[in-house]
Design a protein around this ligand. Structure first.
Ligand code: ATP
Ligand code: MG
Length: 420
């Protein structure tokens, strides 16, 4: 083993034992997105570094210290995507998807951030991302939250808390920013290095700090609500009405600002207390300013992103986690003529019943050792083929639960497995 190559820290293999949770999550999400009319978009893992700097913001954790950015061999500055929104908006502009039209999109895939790896926080992680481009809301804001709530419910993940806030318009944030600079400026001695740096360039980010030492000074900071412009106030009130109409419980958190620069008005987060410090499971918000910032015409937009690893963990902890699929039949072939017939019959079974899960024992050995593997596979039936069976063109079908067995021809086998 001394010659083996270690994996990269914070980048995980998803083994088959876990993969069915991922498949369950992805297929449930795809079904719901399809029903709501959200269509899939796939964008590159690599983009120009400039795209992320301009959209996420220079003074953010992601751009300052988490991005995998490097020079390509020809000197281009490129980066592995730390999130999906920037690339999706870039693609929308490249292909004119928001030119006099709207788009409801989703994207599933890996993201890369060079954070300190720990449970629920990895360097390659995965997101399910939803974006509604060209919609001013608040109806679409509500739809996006309904869709996230429906997904979480369908996954059997409950006990999540929804927090919402409004960041107001760009103008109201300018006023608020000034008040924050004054407030935190008066508490410099309580700030850490990151926050001091942010004080002038991006004081809102201080509210997003994860440093527990700052909790108190942040809790006492001025609230944006007092500077909210009228339109944002109405937008927020209407969204809350829609949520209340549907019986979706939420908590207003005036400190919820989200880690990226581009948000305005509605922001929200689904939180759990089951994953220790990593409490955010799904985070979203409106970003009306982003598209013009990236060179498009003024276009309102909103989206959310869900952390797949964290949700998979919650699914595995849930009351009724989905079971890994087990085979219907495990085919045991005891000699060469049996193998010749068995392999042929298995393919004929697949022709007849394409969805049937049939495992062929391709290891050989004694009846006992093959039966052991059949049991271990979790199969409902073993199909036994020995010399006698091959001669008679019949097989022994054994119910591995009850131990009952009978001899059947191909039609009998297909009928029994098809109706099991
Ligand atoms: P956090 O506050 O936990 O750092 P974030 O605000 O940076 O999250 P977003 O950029 O909003 O997260 O990403 C959306 C979701 O992606 C998060 O709610 C979380 O579930 C997940 N996520 C973010 N970073 C990671 C990571 N490094 N590893 C695993 N999941 C992550
Ligand atoms: Mg983060």
């Amino acid at each position: 083993m001394s010659n083996s190559i270690a994996p990269i820290r914070g980048m995980n293999d998803v083994l088959p034992e876990q993969a069915h949770y991922w498949q369950f999550l992805e297929s449930t999400a795809r079904g719901i997105f399809d029903a709501y009319g959200y269509r899939e978009i796939r964008v590159p893992l690599l983009e120009r570094t400039e795209l992320f700097k301009r959209s996420i913001g220079e003074v953010t954790d992601i751009v300052e210290k988490e991005m995998y950015a490097f020079e390509d061999r020809n000197g281009d500055n490129i980066a592995l995507r730390p999130e999906a929104t920037a690339g999706i908006v870039r693609a929308a502009l490249t292909h004119g998807l928001v030119h006099n039209r709207q788009e409801k999109l989703f994207c599933i895939g890996p993201m890369f951030r060079r954070e300190k790896p720990q449970k629920g926080r990895y360097r390659q992680f995965h997101q399910i991302d939803v974006e509604a481009l060209g919609f001013a809301g608040p109806d679409v804001d509500a739809e996006l939250i309904f869709m996230s709530a429906r997904l979480l419910e369908a996954l059997g993940v409950d006990d999540l808390k929804l927090e919402i806030n409004s960041l107001g318009s760009a103008e109201s944030r300018v006023r608020y920013r000034q008040r924050l600079v004054e407030y935190f400026g008066g508490h410099r001695d309580q700030l850490d290095g990151d926050s001091l740096r942010r004080l002038d360039r991006n004081p809102l980010r201080i509210l997003d700090s994860k440093n527990p030492a700052l909790a108190e000074v942040i809790a006492a900071a001025p609230r944006l609500q007092d500077d909210l412009d009228d339109e944002s106030r109405i937008h927020f009130a209407t969204l809350k009405q829609y949520l209340t109409d549907r019986g979706i419980a939420f908590v207003e958190n005036p400190r919820l600002v989200r880690g990226l620069d581009y948000y305005s008005r509605t922001v929200f987060e689904w939180l759990t207390d089951k994953l220790g410090a990593q409490s955010a499971v799904c985070s979203g918000g409106r970003y009306d300013g982003l598209i013009p910032q990236l060179g498009g015409r003024p276009t309102p937009a909103i989206g959310w992103a869900l952390g797949v690893e964290r949700l998979v963990e919650l699914i595995s902890l849930s009351a009724m986690p989905p079971q890994a699929p087990t085979p219907a039949a495990y085919v045991i072939m005891l000699d060469d003529p049996a193998r010749r017939m068995g392999l042929d019959w298995i393919e004929k079974l697949r022709d007849r019943l394409p969805a049937l899960r049939v495992l062929a024992d391709c290891q050989g050995g004694s009846l006992k050792s093959q039966l052991k593997r059949a049991d271990k596979s979790g199969a409902a039936f073993a199909v036994l083929i020995g010399a006698d069976e091959a001669e008679a063109a019949r097989v022994t079908l054994k119910n591995l639960g009850s131990g009952e067995q009978n001899q059947v021809d191909f039609e009998g086998l297909a009928n029994q497995l098809g109706s099991a």
